[in-house]
Design a binder for this molecule. Sequence first.
Ligand code: SF4
Ligand code: SF4
Length: 108
Amino acid sequence: MAKLLKKGQMKPGTIAEAGSMSRLNTGTWRTYCPVTDLEKCTHCMICWLLCPDSAVQIEAGKKVGTNLQYCKGCGICATECPVDAIEIKLESEMSEQERKGYPAREFW
Ligand code: SF4
Ligand code: SF4
């Protein structure tokens, strides 16, 4: 498990252009990935609200996964989830089951 910053330790950041994240696919450099336990998730949408890359996938008002085309593995979602439903794992150690439902990445 990666060592995460605690609340209040993260520095504010910016993006160059509002709405530009949909065009910025993550390359092969990502090291960590969020894995959500959807049984534990209360669908509060906090991770959706705070994800800087709009990578949290929602369907019919419920979280259904994470779009790895856009997720940068920053860990904000795991730090802020109030019920600790998100674990940050080394991407190289994710199981096929944990990848299930994620869109295939062109880079893999
Ligand atoms: S790790 Fe970062 S980029 Fe990926 S879903 Fe969580 S908040 Fe978004
Ligand atoms: S912050 Fe946690 S409980 Fe809330 S929607 Fe995200 S994973 Fe589910």
